[in-house]
Design a protein around this ligand. Structure first.
Ligand code: 3UK
Length: 534
């Protein structure tokens, strides 16, 4: 084992035992990382080499940073972390900020300083932050001005947190440093922990997924390099928070790896996103399927014609959404399944290889297979549990649930998939979203996609509800498009429509019209909340 740079060994000491570690495969030249690697320094080295110091890097609403300035400012911030705040390599640093240039700058700074980044969604409140701080024994926090209160409040029940610095203070301190003094990035081992990404946790305590410096580069050198294929000419926009690894990859890591620029919307929401696309002539977009559906409604009012590359993840992209987007913009969306545990996307397809409705094939660097309940691989055509392995893998921080996600070195994502004869992987459902009605297995997403094919339907969700006769019945929740009104007649029409699109036994026997569906901050449908209310 190469020598770790971590003087604070907390994360290293709370990794899963060797027998529960995932296999890690680096059998491609672009994944042959050196023993010493600092992801913050290496990404900025790549950006500067590709685009040069003057090239645009981070664009806030009306303020721009070049890659040269991103490198210089993040080095100054790293110095402040080490010299003023006493950061020791291996210490965990809470990064609590909205998607913005400041949050990206601070992210690079923490990595350069040898800290372990724990980024959290700006919407988290004190109680939720305290859980994360306690679990990861966080000592330092860099916090965006407007969010300081929640963090200081969390401190009351999270005593490990001793140093909090707000964005304005950090920025001022960085500016007042004498020019010309650099910062030598901490000489971390390639596998030294670099970040802990907490799962949104639909049930139970959130799980902390540990990823090393080389894992951050691996997402750029697999999905980024082979499927997204950004160049230094790209201007990237998107909705997923930087605290969610989908957003971290799309808005920070992939652009840096090629010297592209990221434009941050001034506030969350799809109107601001559409405006940002038009204003900066953005070329690449990262958002969830619900984001594409929301943008479709705004496409007439905003100029989206600059977009060339569109990436969807978080939940399956229905063929109906893919087709509607293609029709409106001429761009085929790249769908990809990723997870916090794997850091980013491991099955996907781009360009002519895209088959709407299918997720795609294993991203170069990853292997995927379908296994049965006993862990035996299943042939093409069969439906079963998805298992993957590659350069990255699941390593929970001190968590018994490791044994459920990693088995025999393979990562089990909790998804049910089907592999076709051409090697394409088709999403069926998450295991917990399989409905068993009268002995039939029905995947909730398949019924949702059928509902979405009806012109009156804007959003759809499907769950199983208890039924004496059938065990469970399929229940649908539908948000209507403007110009349509809920009625018994429309309900019947939708039920008949579903029977015409998929096998009739899958149709929603119960159907409710609602104003909105419960979604996570990462755009995922929360079926469990509908189940709780049903
Ligand atoms: C589901 C998908 C079908 C699937 C994520 C890209 O979503 C991400 O991470 P999470 O930990 O959730 C993982 C689970 O979400 N899922 C995600 N993408 C798809 N299902 N098709 C898809 N395209 O159940 C998976 O197990 O929140 C996505 C990059 C980084 C991420 N963290």
């Amino acid at each position: 084992m190469p020598r770790s740079a971590h003087l604070d060994r907390f994360v290293l000491d709370h990794l899963p035992p060797p027998a529960q570690q995932p296999d890690r495969i680096f059998d491609r030249p672009e994944l042959a990382y050196p023993e010493r690697l600092n992801a913050g320094a290496e990404l900025l080295r790549r950006a500067l080499a590709a685009a040069g110091p003057e090239a645009r890097a981070l664009i806030d609403h009306d303020h721009e940073f070049s890659w040269g300035r991103v490198d210089a400012i993040s080095s100054r911030m790293a110095r402040i972390l080490v010299e003023d705040l006493g950061l020791v390599p291996g210490n965990r640093v809470l990064l609590h900020g909205p998607n913005s240039a400041w949050t990206a700058l601070a992210w690079f700074a923490i990595l350069k300083a040898g800290g372990v980044v724990v980024a959290t969604m700006p919407m988290l409140r004190a109680a939720e932050l305290a859980i994360v701080v306690n679990k990861a024994r966080i000592s330092h926090a860099l916090v965006y001005d407007t969010l300081v209160e929640a963090v200081t409040e969390a401190q009351a029940t999270a005593p490990t947190l001793v140093q909090i610095m707000d964005s304005a203070t950090l920025q001022k301190a960085a500016q007042s440093q004498p020019a010309g003094i650099g910062f030598a990035p901490v000489d971390t081992a390639a596998d030294d922990p670099a970040l802990i990404a907490f799962t949104s946790g639909t049930t139970g305590q959130p799980k902390g997924c540990v990823h090393g410096h080389r894992d951050i580069l691996a997402m750029a050198d697999t999905f980024g390099r082979h499927i997204v294929q950004l160049s230094k000419a790209d201007i990237v926009v998107g909705t997923p928070p930087i605290a969610f690894t989908f957003g971290l990859g799309g808005l920070v890591v992939f652009p840096a790896a090629v010297g592209a620029a990221t434009a941050f919307a001034p506030c969350p929401g799809f109107d601001a996103l559409a405006e940002t696309i038009a204003r900066h002539r953005a070329t690449a977009l990262f958002t969830a399927p619900t984001g594409y559906r929301a943008l479709l409604k705004l496409a007439d009012a905003h100029d989206l014609s600059s977009l060339r590359t569109c990436v969807s993840a978080g939940e399956a992209l229905p063929a109906a959404t893919s087709d509607a987007w293609h029709e409106a913009t001429g761009v085929r969306i790249i769908d990809g399944i990723g997870s916090t545990e794997m850091i980013h996307i491991f099955i996907s397809a781009g360009g002519d290889a895209i088959r709407p409705g299918a997720t795609g094939k294993p991203v170069p660097g990853y292997e995927a297979r379908i296994i049965d309940a006993d862990g035996n691989p299943l042939p093409a055509g069969e439906t079963g549990r998805l298992a993957v392995r590659g350069p990255t893998g699941c390593r929970y921080l001190d968590d018994d649930r490791q044994a459920a996600y990693v088995q025999d070195g393979w990562n089990l994502t909790g998804d049910v998939y089907r592999l076709d004869e051409d090697g394409y992987f088709w999403f069926v459902a998450r295991s917990d979203d399989m409905i068993v009605s009268s002995g039939y297995n029905i995947g909730a997403p398949e019924v949702e996609n059928a509902l979405l094919r009806h012109p009156a339907v804007a959003e759809a969700a499907v769950i199983g509800v208890p039924d004496e006769e059938r065990g469970q019945i399929v229940k649908g929740f539908v948000v209507l498009n403007p110009g349509h009104t809920a009625s018994d007649a429309l309900k019947c029409e939708l039920q008949t429509h579903v029977k015409g699109v998929i096998a009739p036994y899958k149709y929603p026997r119960a159907l409710a019209f609602v104003d909105a569906l419960p979604k996570t901050q990462t755009g995922k449908l929360q079926r469990f909340r509908l189940k709780a209310d049903a």
